[in-house]
Design a protein around this ligand. Structure first.
Ligand SMILES: Cc1ncc(COP(=O)(O)O)c(C=O)c1O
Length: 364
């Protein structure tokens, strides 16, 4: 198969890609450059045991945790579009256990860049240790000692990045209109799978909401495909970052971007509902319902993390009576956690800082 035809900063894709890995291409005359990372489509599977447990008619899981060969997840979808825009170094931010920062660190080298994230403390868990080990093995990490220390950490990250050459900036979670194209494309891929595999059309898709890009893309993709499936976004980060207006701004930004690439349709967005009450004490703080959900999903053969997937799925019980055909959008891939290197000085320092701030991580 021949690759995309590069025409300045617009790329026209061959017809053979349109229905398979890039259904979004059917709606535009061109698209921005994309650096393929995924093994797409990611699987869509029914989990009857969970449907029975919830009293739902169907419970589908979009295994976007398996969206790539080395690692998967929602951030891989965003990075396919963001990587071509990077300079020699890229500064970004997140928590110590940010999968966004780990995914960026692992993939930036593919376009000759290095990730220089500034990271804020969050409660220490094995998952955080594993992800931070990956980020620091591939990127140039600056740790903040507290949330208040983040502006200084960002300034230090920027100065360190300048030593590599031209520096670009990406927001926390990579949430930008360009990144939203990744999950819009994923939504179209999902719709094709529902039809091809003969599942009933889901009444709602449950997705974790951190920096809002994934939910925004699902809304836009469903709208392009003409579905009215409700997107239920479960807040897993502070309301300042995870809120409905930000989701709306990202949708509009991505739609404007697609218009510049020839989008003619005027899609009507499906309903969006934000579930605020699974967050607990904050981003990365485990909750009791999240732990119980994690255990229930493990019995059904699904591994979810406590920061994103467990909190998101914990909302399923509350919504199942109104949305009998449910789909959970599985975004976290444990392959991003290399063997935790707690003897690495940076990881050990992060652990000391986090444990000093939250000596006994409790479930709220
Ligand atoms: C594994 C995982 N799931 C879900 C989310 C939330 O997605 P978004 O930031 O696009 O709202 C994130 C964000 O960092 C994530 O890393």
């Amino acid at each position: 198969m021949t690759g995309p035809r590069d025409d300045g900063n617009k790329v026209a894709y061959p017809a053979a890609w349109v229905g398979t890995t890039l259904p979004l291409a059917a709606f535009t005359t061109s698209l921005p450059p994309r650096h393929p990372l995924g093994a797409l489509p990611s699987p869509l599977v029914p989990v009857p045991a969970l449907a029975a447990r919830l009293g739902a008619h169907t419970f589908l899981v979009k295994r976007d945790d398996l969206s790539g060969p080395r690692f998967g997840g929602n951030k891989l979808r965003a990075l396919e579009w963001l990587l071509p825009t990077l300079g020699d170094a890229v500064v970004t931010m997140g928590g110590y256990g940010s999968t966004w920062c780990a995914a960026l660190a692992v993939t930036a080298g593919e376009v000759g860049a290095i990730a220089c994230p500034a990271l804020a403390p969050q409660p220490w868990t094995d998952t955080v240790a594993g992800i931070l080990s990956t980020t620091s093995a591939h990127g140039q990490v600056t740790l903040a000692g507290s949330e208040l220390g983040m502006p200084l950490a960002l300034a230090r990250a920027w100065l360190g990045a300048r030593r590599h050459g031209r520096v670009s900036w990406l927001p926390a979670g990579g949430a930008s209109p360009l990144a939203v194209l990744g999950s819009a494309n994923a939504a179209l891929e999902f719709m094709n799978q529902v039809e091809e595999q003969g599942f009933p059309r889901p009444d709602a898709v449950l997705v974790p909401v951190g920096s809002c890009g994934t939910a925004a893309g699902l809304l836009l993709g469903l709208a392009l495909g003409g579905w009215r499936t409700t997107v239920i976004g479960v807040r897993v980060a502070a309301p300042l970052f995870a809120n409905a207006s930000r989701v709306g701004r990202l949708v509009r930004g991505a739609e404007r971007l697609l218009r510049r690439h020839g989008l003619r349709a005027r899609p009507t967005l499906p309903p969006f509902r934000l579930v605020p009450d699974q967050l607990g004490a904050g981003y990365g703080h485990p909750t009791a319902p999240g732990r119980a959900t994690q255990a229930a999903l493990a019995e059904a053969g699904l591994r979810v993390d406590l920061t994103y997937g467990a909190k998101c799925c914990a909302a399923a019980q509350g919504v199942a009576p109104s949305f009998p055909h449910l789909c959970f959008w599985h975004t976290f891939d444990a392959r991003l956690m290399s063997a935790p290197a707690t003897d690495h000085p940076l990881v050990a320092r992060a652990q000391r800082t986090a444990e000093a701030l939250w000596p006994h991580p409790k479930s709220t």
